[in-house]
Design a protein around this ligand. Structure first.
Ligand code: HEC
Length: 210
């Protein structure tokens, strides 16, 4: 940089700071004075802003009218409906089992559930420890061995319905699927969402630590 350029740019900085200083002191002295809108600005609001909002609200109205009934439910209503399904021994199963038979109150009986079919390798069914569902939703989606895929919470509920309740899986767009998932998800309120990291409990088990 030449000496001339250096002096020039230093001068510019000094000038700009002097200018902003005077502006600041000016506003500080006189304060902000609101001015009424001009006629042109008023017309612009009426012709544009109001029209935009009218168009938006009209399509909202039309959309709400077209929504199927079940999508108009609030989250609280969906959770309540889900809890009912969860505790019902007939609503989702053909063998009298409810979700609550194994996960009472959203928790666990502490026991094990036997797979209805035998393992091809051993000729015996698998016995799986029944997990609590409190905090479970915050660990989904996750990889599950029987699916050999990353599954979401609704898929996992369907695993239990097919495996332990001898019934067809729920259509994932159905009222039942959404209500049940809302309820099970509500058991994880305030939990940290895991994005594939190892849960603390498993880490402790694997590291042999307490
Ligand atoms: C006969 C007992 C039984 C019934 C009935 C049952 N489950 Fe399960 N559930 C289990 C077992 C065992 C597991 C562990 C399976 C696994 O890890 O693959 C499990 C796992 C789950 C999980 C995953 C938990 C986690 O932390 O990964 C969810 C969610 C779940 N069940 C929801 C339900 C819902 C909802 C219902 C009713 C539609 C239901 N279960 C019915 C036994 C049951």
């Amino acid at each position: 940089m030449s000496v001339a350029r250096l002096i020039q740019s230093t001068l510019a900085v000094v000038l700009v700071s002097a200018l902003s200083f005077s502006v600041v002191s000016l506003t500080a002295q006189e304060g902000h004075k609101p001015k009424p809108l001009t006629m042109e600005q008023k017309m612009m609001m009426k012709n544009k802003a109001m029209k935009n909002m009218d168009t938006y609200m009209a399509s909202m109205d039309a959309m709400m009218k077209k929504l199927p009934m079940h999508l108009k439910e609030t989250q609280d209503e969906a959770i309540k409906m889900g809890e009912k399904l969860f505790n019902d021994g007939k609503a989702l199963s053909t063998n009298g089992q409810a979700c609550a038979s194994c996960h009472p109150g959203g928790g666990s009986t502490g026991g094990e559930a036997e797979t209805p079919m035998a393992s091809e390798a051993t000729g015996k069914p698998y016995k799986l420890p029944i997990p609590t569902l409190v905090g479970a939703a915050a660990t989904f989606p996750k990889y599950k061995v029987p699916n050999d895929a990353v599954v979401d919470l609704t898929d996992m509920q369907n695993n239990c319905i097919m495996m332990f309740m001898a019934a067809q899986p729920l259509d994932k767009g159905s009222v039942e699927a959404r209500a049940l998932t809302s309820y099970v998800a509500s058991l994880s309120n305030d939990d940290k969402v895991s994005v594939g990291a190892m849960p603390e409990m498993m880490k402790k088990m694997m590291m042999g630590k307490k």
